[in-house]
Design a protein. Structure first.
Length: 405
């Protein structure tokens, strides 16, 4: 019996070693590997169509459009898709001088359906490059030009660096979330880019060659349509790559309800794609598309807090098993996995997270992780899913959170 348990624990820790090594390697590469010269600057800039999916975004859409217009070149266009809106989103967008598509379908709700309507509209007069930007996000100066040129130079999709900031006075838990987001959307993607490998799409700040996006089925209500889209494109030979100089920024919600809702959508969507990532290794032809293989491996890294919880649990269980039986193999592997992830996270914090999460807040990481257990139970054990497009609550006036020391 003890031998069977030992083999079982070794197998579990061996499986956890895959996301552990991927995670640590990505972070290390982003810091240690030097950046390659950017050749896209010399490439002709293609024409651009920017699709902005929006659901009840009257508070944000005007500012987003105003920030986009100065970056447009002759022949570029902005298309706002007002999807099942009950406010003035469409009217504000029209008043700003951009094209507007209004879509109403209460049965087919979600960002994917809005994007499908936007792409279908652009297809009537297609541009060479299509960029997708969420209505509550801002692109950095020159980002449209850099994304478009990289698409032209590589003939592959390009993803801007996506950063989310914690609003002033945000609670410690939000600062922890902001740090985890920087690791996920900056540290790890940067490592893959420095290794010359593709990255996941992040849902906003995405640019595509028209021929790559025009035939993709976007009409779905998947919670993480960006991950699905990136994997689908990679299978077709259009794996996306990070554009290091282009940034897209947004802000975490200010209300507790908004934070919980956003966190649940992101992590539920990620977890739902883990099965797709594992199954991808068994699809015919997957090995002929290295980009799809890389994205599948990257997708197998679960959310950081879940990974840490699993590693800590295995460390404790195997430590107890080693004390009872004297078999230390599984314990040593569990200790390696935990130390590797913690070490990589600390290196990532030292490089990217000092200004986001003060060292004194490390004690709150455990509370943050434990608070996510109900989400993981609902998703992984009870198999509860949610679908559709739920707008993130960013209303400061209704915020009930208080700043904490």
């Amino acid at each position: 019996m003890a031998q069977l348990l030992n083999m079982f624990f070794l197998a579990l820790n061996g499986a956890l070693a895959v996301p552990t090594v991927v995670y640590g390697t990505e972070i290390a590469a982003g810091i240690l590997v030097k950046r390659k010269p950017n050749r896209a600057i010399a490439v002709r800039r293609p024409s651009v169509a920017i699709v902005v999916p929006a659901h009840n975004e009257e508070d944000n859409i005007g500012g987003t459009i105003a920030a986009l217009l100065p970056q447009l070149a002759e022949g570029d266009r902005v298309v706002v898709v007002a999807d099942n809106c009950e406010d003035r989103t469409a009217a504000i967008a029209r008043a700003a001088g951009v094209e507007v598509v209004e879509r109403y379908d209460t049965q087919k709700r979600g960002k994917g359906y809005a994007l499908d309507a936007g792409v279908a509209y652009v297809a009537k007069n297609p541009a060479e490059c299509l960029i997708i930007l969420d209505a509550d996000c801002r692109l950095s100066d020159g980002a449209i030009d850099m994304l478009a040129r990289q698409v032209a130079e590589t003939d592959k999709p390009a993803q801007a660096v996506y950063l989310m900031t914690a609003p002033k006075g945000a609670p410690i838990e939000t600062q922890v979330a902001a740090f985890a987001y920087v690791i996920k959307c900056l540290a790890r993607p940067l490592g893959l880019r420095r290794l010359g490998l593709p990255n996941q799409l992040m849902g906003t700040g995405m640019a595509f060659p028209w021929k790559a996006i025009e035939t993709v089925d976007l009409a779905n209500g998947h919670l993480t349509e960006d991950l699905k889209l990136g994997l689908d494109l990679a299978v077709e030979g259009y794996a996306p790559f990070l554009c290091e100089d282009a940034y897209v920024t947004s802000e975490f919600p200010c209300t507790e309800q908004g934070i919980r809702s956003q966190r649940s959508r992101w992590e539920s969507g990620h977890l739902s794609m883990l099965g797709n990532a594992i199954a991808g290794f068994f699809k015919p032809g997957i090995l002929r598309q290295p980009g799809a293989l890389v994205l599948s491996l990257d997708m197998m890294v679960p959310p950081l807090t879940l990974l840490l919880l699993l590693l800590i649990m295995m460390f404790g269980v195997t430590a107890l098993f080693a004390m009872i039986t004297g078999s230390v193999g599984a314990f040593l592997l569990a200790a390696f996995n935990l130390a590797f992830v913690v070490g990589a996270s600390l290196i990532g914090w030292a490089k990217y997270g000092r200004s986001i999460l003060p060292a004194r807040a490390f004690g709150h990481i455990a509370t943050y992780a434990l608070g996510k257990i109900p989400l993981y139970v609902n998703k992984l054990i009870l198999r509860r899913n949610s679908a559709g497009w739920v707008r993130t609550d960013r209303n400061r006036a209704e915020s009930t959170t208080e700043a904490r020391p």
